[in-house]
Design a protein around this ligand. Structure first.
Ligand SMILES: Nc1ncnc2c1ncn2[C@@H]1O[C@H](COP(=O)(O)OP(=O)(O)O)[C@@H](O)[C@H]1O
Ligand SMILES: [Mg+2]
Length: 357
């Protein structure tokens, strides 16, 4: 019998999106065809320590009963070998997973992995930096300003004046490196700016103040390496004021319209911008690109790019591919192929250079 292809999943992680990652990994596990793949699962706890588990289908409580180890090769305790795989799949959302950190670890080990490399992951995670790349590519982004914590501490009054001169409420205040709407406030009057800024600085030392684009919200899935393709877009209709943390994970009352009911010209425009955003951020494998469509002007704005989008059974990324003709199990196989392809191409380059010198 042919040896099965071994996929190693990383899930959990240090970020505020720990639980979402566990749910994403469970869906990935279920949708990987067991006749083709052997799966090893590595759970990373909230302290960043790891353990090998039978699968991501266990409860959080059971997962945390294990003995945990440090990733450091020189850690004092003897840690078991990480399982060897034919490919590694970080199913981690947010900082310490989606931001290039684990990707760097896997690059160092010279093993193939699913998704964006170090640069694309880091650029996509930082909302301020991603916007610089989008603007350089000529993509439309909302008017925004970036502020650093050290400047805020030193020049509160100047910064508050700058913000009130530049933005009229409502506007958004958000940490640069986060996800799941954590630390995000829609500021409706100038009296609440300071509280919004203080809250955003709890999560990051860099924050964005951003004009509110009132209208509709769309998301589009991108898949590929050198010739990325975009899925049909989906629409999000938040239940609350905006698509906040409770709307995402607690109430679950958000409406998802998959695919979005929009004219073909808007579909093509979203797809074109999604591919350009993917390329601008130097992504590979996968990403979900999120948009605002401003009511009145009907102008589209790229909001953000997520290099490890939600992967639960009801998440936009796999759902959008499903309605675009690529079922979840096939999508995972495609992502694995793309990860292998990227690693092969990178390797060939290095070998070529070796022969030159
Ligand atoms: N500039 C904006 N205009 C309108 N709504 C916004 C804006 N920025 C954020 N939002 C709302 O907040 C949600 C979360 O913000 P987002 O920037 O996507 O961060 P996250 O990475 O946490 O998803 C969005 O889905 C949207 O509903
Ligand atoms: Mg978002």
């Amino acid at each position: 019998m042919r040896k099965k292809f071994k996929v190693v999943l990383f899930f959990g992680g240090l970020s505020a999106e720990h639980e979402v990652s566990c749910r994403s990994a469970a869906a990935v596990y279920k949708n990987l065809k067991k006749n083709k793949f052997e799966i090893a699962s590595i759970y990373i706890n909230k302290a960043g320590r790891w353990t090998i588990v039978p699968s991501p289908l266990q409860s959080l409580n059971d997962l945390n009963q294990n003995h945990f180890y440090s990733f450091l090769p020189w850690a004092e305790e003897s840690s078991p070998q990480l399982p060897q795989g034919d490919i590694y799949f970080p199913v981690l959302h947010g900082p310490f997973g989606e931001d290039g950190t684990i990707q760097g670890f896997l690059e160092m080990a010279d093993v193939p992995f699913v998704g964006a490399g170090v640069l694309g992951s880091a650029a996509g995670m930082d909302k301020g930096f991603a916007k610089i790349l989008f603007q350089a590519q000529g993509l439309p982004v909302a008017k925004h300003k970036v502020f650093l914590e050290q400047n805020w501490e030193e020049k509160k009054v100047e910064i508050l004046t700058d913000i009130t001169n530049s933005f009229k409420p409502p506007f958004f205040v958000k940490p640069a490196n986060m996800g799941s709407s954590v630390g995000i406030t829609k500021v409706k009057n100038n009296e609440s700016i300071e509280a919004a800024i203080t809250d955003a600085f709890r999560y990051d030392r860099k924050i964005l103040v951003e004009e509110a684009i009132l209208g509709r919200e769309f998301e589009c899935s991108v898949l590929g390496n050198d010739h990325p393709e975009a899925s049909l877009p989906g629409e999000i209709i938040p239940y609350r004021e905006f698509y906040d943390y409770s709307d995402k994970y607690i109430d679950g009352k958000t409406d998802f319209i998959i695919p979005a009911k929009i004219p073909p010209a808007l579909v093509s425009e979203i797809q074109r911008l999604s591919v350009e955003a993917f390329e601008a951020a130097e992504c590979s494998g996968m990403a979900r690109v999120d948009f605002f469509l401003q009511s009145g002007t009907q102008n589209l704005f790229v909001n953000e790019i997520n290099t490890i989008p939600g992967f639960t059974e009801i998440s936009m990324y796999p759902k959008l591919w499903e309605v675009s003709g690529l079922p979840f199990p096939r999508l995972l196989e495609r992502l694995i192929e793309l990860g292998l392809e990227r690693h092969q191409k990178k390797k060939r380059k290095v070998e070529h250079e070796d022969t030159v010198y």
